[in-house]
Write a protein that binds this ligand. Structure first.
Ligand SMILES: CC(C)(COP(=O)(O)OP(=O)(O)OC[C@H]1O[C@@H](n2cnc3c(N)ncnc32)[C@H](O)[C@@H]1OP(=O)(O)O)[C@@H](O)C(=O)NCCC(=O)NCCS
Length: 194
């Protein structure tokens, strides 16, 4: 792997927002990729809020991802994952997503974390972090979140389903011990019945 620097983005990275926004736009045009674009202003704002992770190769942006909270911190989404084309296939998305995951866990430890993706690579990364696939009913119902899909080429599909289905798979990481306890009880009651 090339010598990448991965860190929480801040004001020293805002000049790279344009290039990251351009890379998202380019990737969103690929057939089969359900990806929303984000303006340079939006990316700059995430950097200044300490809600983004950036990977650098020398002084160039190599990868990016940001987090956003919904429903007063009940949910946190990791979104906008992009690895610039020439840096793909080196495990960079895995490292950036992992850093965004830890950033979100540190700042919002009680929040349910989720993401939407059409990408097999991202599904693999998410699964390794403990995310599981869910229906959209398990994700935030905040209309602002779904409005963020507006620039995706499949937005009409999402709209026709009333935000219930689309090409993306929804994945959730639920930190609540209750879920684990429920699973334990469920599996022990199943084995008793066997
Ligand atoms: C999807 C993307 C982020 C992957 O970045 P990357 O740095 O090449 O990914 P990694 O090298 O970390 O690979 C992660 C895993 O996915 C696998 N993978 C990578 N590219 C893949 C592909 N095209 N198809 C299937 N699996 C793939 C890798 O083998 C690895 O799996 P492993 O850990 O089991 O070996 C990158 O291709 C990209 O930016 N695409 C355009 C934007 C996009 O689709 N973003 C996702 C929005 S949710």
């Amino acid at each position: 792997m090339k010598p990448f620097t991965i860190c929480t983005a801040d004001e020293s990275h805002v000049h790279l927002a344009e290039a990251i926004s351009g890379a998202l736009l380019e990737a969103s045009r690929d057939k089969g990729t359900g990806l929303a674009t984000r303006s340079p202003e939006y990316i700059r704002e995430k950097m200044l809020q300490g809600k983004a992770v950036i990977a650098l190769y020398k002084d160039e942006p190599a990868a990016f991802c940001y987090i956003e909270t919904w429903e007063h911190g009940r949910y946190v989404a990791t979104s906008g994952l992009i690895v610039l084309p020439r840096f793909r296939g080196h495990g960079l998305a895995t490292e950036v997503k992992k850093a965004a995951f830890h950033l979100a866990r540190r700042n919002y430890p009680g929040a349910k974390m989720f993401g939407l993706t059409t990408s097999l690579a991202v599904m693999r990364i998410n699964s390794d972090l403990g995310f599981v696939p869910v229906t959209f009913t398990e994700l935030t119902s905040d209309a602002e979140f779904w409005k963020g899909c507006e620039t995706c080429q499949y937005y009409d599909v999402l709209q026709r389903s009333g935000n219930k289905n689309c090409l993306c798979t929804g994945m959730v990481f639920d930190p609540t011990p209750k879920t684990k306890e429920w699973k334990r009880k469920k599996s022990s009651s199943l084995s008793l019945a066997d």
